[in-house]
Design a protein around this ligand. Structure first.
Ligand code: NAD
Ligand code: DAU
Length: 367
């Protein structure tokens, strides 16, 4: 038996939810060359694979700077696919962005590239402003000049700030970002929407809750806890462990983005969530139980400064308007994810090298 979820109001299987029956993929009419920024990261690589699998008429150009979080091994299985190209580049590099859009005949942009980890934004906010704000503006401007047909900006529930014990974020909730990461994402959302309003750039914005699944970099809660448990290391839970996140399988996020890209209304924002709230401590206990490890590995450590207490997304606009709903149950997805990390030790050992060790020491040992 898994520990009980934080919320019992509604469920990803549809119970109590307003979602309609599932329909996750659609032909992306007239989209032939999709530029995916950040396609070597966690969600981006899952999205690249998703597009190549379900849209045989599409070509994908993966544009990624390969920061510590970018890893071409995430896409090792599609190397050689004639519909896939990789270009190493920074989204802040306007000249290269222009060249790639022109040379590959890009008509659609799906923009994932970002600095994505809240704790790192607390250690050093500068690169978050550089990439997430300035980089996004460079892409928007390049897209405007090139006459791009659709620009999907991938954002996060963190732009709305923190919730009390009740209620959910809707697309009308005010923006109240609390971390430098969240503030940089809110800024980029506003820029994207301003480019639609001012210049008519065909923009759609998605805001998603916490993702889990294969290829997530081990700085994030779920892979970090799985790997520490496998290594019989301390599992560092921030504060009292009662912060709540709304977890969604990365495959469901990719299908939602595909749906919004195909049928979302221009200039609109769509929330994406799992209707699946969990307290951090309960997630950690599920991981330990699944791996057969003892709970005395848990250590409550100093809290994250400004730690948001609770996130929960109301995705009914996406569900009702565009007929999307999650396909994974959390019970299935979390066990498969744990098994994935068990099977892919070579993958995570390779990404947890020098830079990661240095970050880990600084973050968890203050060194
Ligand atoms: P990630 O950190 O795993 O991957 C980010 C990717 O962007 C990496 O491949 C990295 O090399 C690339 N990148 C970083 N800076 C770049 C630059 N200047 N130029 C080009 N490429 C650059 O991130 P993720 O978790 O896959 O998140 C992807 C997007 O989804 C982000 O925009 C994030 O804000 C958003 N998001 C993430 C979650 C989540 O739970 N992980 C939830 C909602 C939204
Ligand atoms: O909500 C969407 C966001 O989810 C995305 O926009 C971000 O890119 C993504 O990183 C994620 O942000 P979080 O801060 O919610 O995720 P993280 O995995 O870092 O932390 C999840 C929760 O677990 C949070 O309450 C902090 C806590 N935590 C995290 C780590 C890494 C711990 O207790 N201990 C840890 O060591």
């Amino acid at each position: 038996m898994l520990p009980v979820r934080a919320s019992t109001t509604g469920h990803q299987d549809g119970e109590g939810s307003r979602c309609k029956p599932i329909l996750t993929t659609f032909p992306l009419v007239s989209m032939k060359h999709v530029l995916v920024t950040g396609g070597a990261g966690f969600i981006g690589s899952n999205f690249v694979r998703h597009v190549l699998q379900v849209h045989p008429d599409l070509r994908v150009i993966n544009y990624d700077a390969l920061t510590y979080a970018g890893n071409l091994e995430n896409l090792a299985d599609i190397v050689g696919n004639p519909r896939y190209r990789f270009v190493r580049g920074n989204i802040c590099d306007r000249r290269l962005v222009d060249e790639v859009i022109r040379e590959h005949g890009v008509d659609t942009v799906v923009h994932f590239a970002a600095e994505s980890h809240v704790d790192r934004s607390i250690l050093d906010a500068g690169v978050f402003v550089q990439t997430n704000v300035l980089g996004t503006q460079v892409l928007l401007e390049a897209a405007r000049v090139a006459g791009i047909e659709k620009f999907l900006h991938v954002s996060t529930d963190e732009v709305y700030g923190s919730l009390g014990p009740a209620g959910k974020f809707t697309e009308e909730s005010p923006l109240h970002p609390n971390s430098p990461y969240a503030a940089s994402k809110a800024s980029s959302d506003l820029l994207a929407l301003a480019y639609h309003h001012t210049f008519g750039l065909p923009v759609v914005v998605t805001r998603c809750s916490n993702n889990y699944g294969p290829y997530q970099f081990p700085e994030k809660l779920i892979p970090l806890m799985i790997i520490n448990a496998l290594n019989d290391r301390i599992l560092p839970v921030y504060g009292d462990g009662l912060n709540i996140r709304d977890w969604l399988h990365v495959g469901d996020h990719c299908a939602a983005i595909d749906t919004v890209l195909s049928r979302g209304r221009l200039g609109e924002t769509y929330n994406i969530g799992g209707n699946n709230e969990w307290k951090n401590i309960d997630i950690v206990k599920v991981i330990l139980m699944t791996l057969g490890k003892p709970e005395n590995l848990i250590s409550f450590v100093k809290d994250r400064p400004g730690h948001d207490r609770r996130y929960a997304m109301d995705s009914s606009k996406l569900c009702d308007e565009l007929d999307w709903q999650p396909a994974f149950t959390f019970e299935q997805g979390i066990v498969e994810t744990i098994q994935w990390y068990v099977k892919h030790e070579t993958w995570w050992r390779r990404v947890m090298t020098g830079e990661y060790q240095e970050y880990y020491r600084k973050q968890y040992h203050g060194a």
